[in-house]
Design a protein. Structure first.
Length: 282
């Protein structure tokens, strides 16, 4: 299928890049457009796939169809409101935050939960020694995350906490005993799957149990979670001392991530929906 993927490439590791890679892996011919250039997109594609990048002043022209919209920021009120206004412009609507997806469904909006994932071609386990106690790749922002990161720096000096190019994060996580995640928005974010895919033990704040159940993931078996700050540091201490247990959980998580939670798997779901509707002639 010939597909136009529309998003603004504001950073190198934006989700749209993974969408393109996954669709190409599935054998589709893909062209990328910035949203500002949507008016010049020709009616020559079999599908128009918009990936949310947080900007809603522009939209796709209505003659570009069938169309898909993957809403990535609906945990923010302005993004949620935007989806309620533009959803009818798309044939297929997906959202990556389950609680907001359920809320939109209650409003009569036809939308399907589609979480983010990992790309094993980029988020790959390297044959690196585990030289770092804790690794966190990302921005040192958000409360209380910034304070927890600072505390981790001070308690575990053999750690890496900071920014790195998206295609180099696997080097750091592959060298980590523990990959730390704190989701400020109480959702399963990109880092959640990236850490697991790279083979580090994922240690994350507690997130909605229903999300884990639907994704086939089990705390304590595929990753480790903490509910309090004291529990965070006690679990870091525990798993730094128990190598075999840490490695087993990390490997369980890695296998689950690369088998079930890749962007390729996510795009298979999207394309399945598109093909089902096409077969029905709608």
């Amino acid at each position: 299928m010939k597909i136009a993927v529309i998003f603004d490439k504001l950073v190198e590791g934006t989700t749209g890049i993974y969408v393109i890679r996954a669709l190409e892996e599935l054998g589709h011919e893909v062209d990328h457009y910035w949203l500002r250039d949507a008016k010049r997109i020709q009616k020559q594609y079999e599908l128009y796939f918009r990936v949310d990048h947080g900007y809603y002043e522009l939209d796709l022209p209505q003659h570009l169809n069938p169309s898909v919209y993957w809403a990535l920021d609906i945990h923010h009120s302005h993004s949620f409101k935007a989806v309620t206004q533009i959803h009818c412009n798309y044939n297929y609507l997906f959202g990556c935050h389950r609680s907001e997806v359920e809320e939109l469904k209650l409003m009569g909006i036809k939308i399907e939960w589609l979480p983010v994932g990992c790309d094993p071609g980029i988020h790959a386990r390297k044959d690196n020694p585990s030289t770092y106690d804790v690794v966190f790749v990302g921005g040192d922002d958000g409360i209380p995350r910034k304070y927890l990161l600072q505390e981790l720096r001070e308690r575990y000096p053999k750690s890496f906490i900071g920014q790195t190019p998206f295609d180099q994060m696997s080097e750091w996580y592959s060298s980590a005993k523990i990959g730390f995640n704190y989701s400020i928005n109480n959702d399963i974010n990109m880092r959640f799957f990236e850490i697991m895919s790279c083979g580090a033990l994922l240690l994350t704040n507690d997130l909605p149990r229903k999300d884990f159940e639907l994704l086939g993931l089990t705390p304590g078996r595929d990753f480790v979670e903490f509910k309090t700050y004291d529990e965070l540091f006690s679990r870091v201490e525990y798993y730094l001392k128990h190598d075999q247990e840490r490695k087993q959980i990390a490997e369980n998580g890695r296998q689950k991530a690369i088998r079930d939670h890749t962007y390729r798997k996510r795009m298979e779901i999207v394309m399945r929906r598109v093909n089902q509707q096409s077969a029905l002639g709608t």
